[in-house]
Design a protein around this ligand. Structure first.
Ligand code: BDR
Ligand code: CA
Length: 320
């Protein structure tokens, strides 16, 4: 199996991502690290432990990380993920407890201890990842790739141009992109497209398996109106799509493109500026002194394929 570490801000769709990672036979979830984002970091730790417990996951270590972005204060989107960051679904408090080390220490330890290079999957503002890469650059040699949910080629969500995870900590995103690790950007352009049909969401919610039922409740909390199936709106996979892209990379089409994070104050802050010109840098003005990252940007996704992959994995039905 592929050794993976998820760095999350659970988060309704981060929870969907965790459920998938725990159940996919080709993924070996070595650790989970938590950062402030969808809610405060203590809430993220609590939500993460609850989800792993409900999923019946093996005792994977969970560590508390950054309380706030590198430069700015934390700004949780309570209108999207509720007061508790988990859609206010009334989930029980976890019996599990966090690791006795912080996120950066756990990341370093698990990456260096892994017999095979680790794939990092940040589905949160990448504060922990930036701190890790700056504090312990030796980890780079045992990171296979970073597949992160964040950024957007086209439209943003936190602002007209910026996606939430990158907008919440643009400096961290810039550090991550320029660290010299192969990177896949699973941005809003694909993130927003992957939905599970309403009839499937209804079936999950009625399951006798608590983990499957939880996936159904979480999907029902992420309704996608245009895809409604009568009374049962389709549910967006969100962050779980980035984990699908690790398990099944053929489900996305990517292009290696220069990406730069806009760090300037003002309305453009947090935008991922993706250079889609035919000859980037070959005409026009060069980036000059600024560091330019080359990133595999996901431009298209096979929606049915990922929806089916998610369902067969979480429900435990053998795939094709
Ligand atoms: C991202 O922001 C968060 O609210 C979601 O969990 C996802 O990671 C989407 O912009
Ligand atoms: Ca997230």
């Amino acid at each position: 199996p592929i050794p993976v570490i998820i760095d999350c801000d659970t988060g309704v769709d981060d929870a969907l991502a965790l459920l998938f990672a725990v159940r996919h036979p080709a993924l070996d979830l070595r650790a989970v690290t938590c950062a402030a984002g969808n809610t405060d970091v203590d809430g993220v730790v609590r939500n993460t432990l609850t989800v792993l417990e409900q999923a019946g996951a093996p005792p994977v270590p969970v560590a508390r990380g950054a309380e706030r972005p590198l430069v700015e204060p934390a700004r949780a989107p309570r209108h999207v993920h509720g007061e508790d960051g988990m859609g206010d679904l009334g989930l029980p408090a976890p019996a599990r407890t966090p690791a006795d080390v912080d996120a950066v220490t756990l990341l370093r330890r698990e990456i260096l201890a892994s017999p095979r290079p680790v794939t990092l999957i940040p589905t949160a503002p990448p504060t922990n990842i930036a701190l890790l890469l700056r504090t312990h650059p030796e980890v780079v040699r045992n990171i296979e790739r970073i597949v992160f949910m964040g950024g957007a080629v086209a439209t943003g969500n936190a602002t007209p141009v910026a996606e939430f995870n990158v907008w919440h900590d643009p400096e961290a995103a810039a550090i991550m992109l320029t660290a010299g690790v192969p990177i896949t950007m699973y941005g809003l352009d694909v993130f927003q497209r992957v939905v599970v049909p309403g009839t499937d969401v209804r079936r999950l919610r009625a399951s006798g398996d608590p983990a499957v039922r939880l996936a159904g409740e979480l999907l029902a909390h992420r309704p996608s109106a245009p895809e409604s199936d009568g009374d049962d709106p389709a549910g967006g996979l969100g962050d779980a799509g980035a984990v699908c892209a690790v398990a099944d990379p053929a489900g996305i089409s990517t292009r290696l493109l220069p990406v730069e994070v806009n760090l300037a104050p003002g309305p453009g802050r947090g935008q991922t500026i993706v250079d889609r010109r035919a000859r980037p840098g070959g005409s026009g003005i060069h980036a000059g002194e600024r560091e330019q990252a080359l990133v595999d940007v996901a431009l298209d996704v096979d929606v049915q394929r990922f929806a089916k992959l998610y369902l067969t994995t979480v429900e435990g039905i053998p795939g094709p």
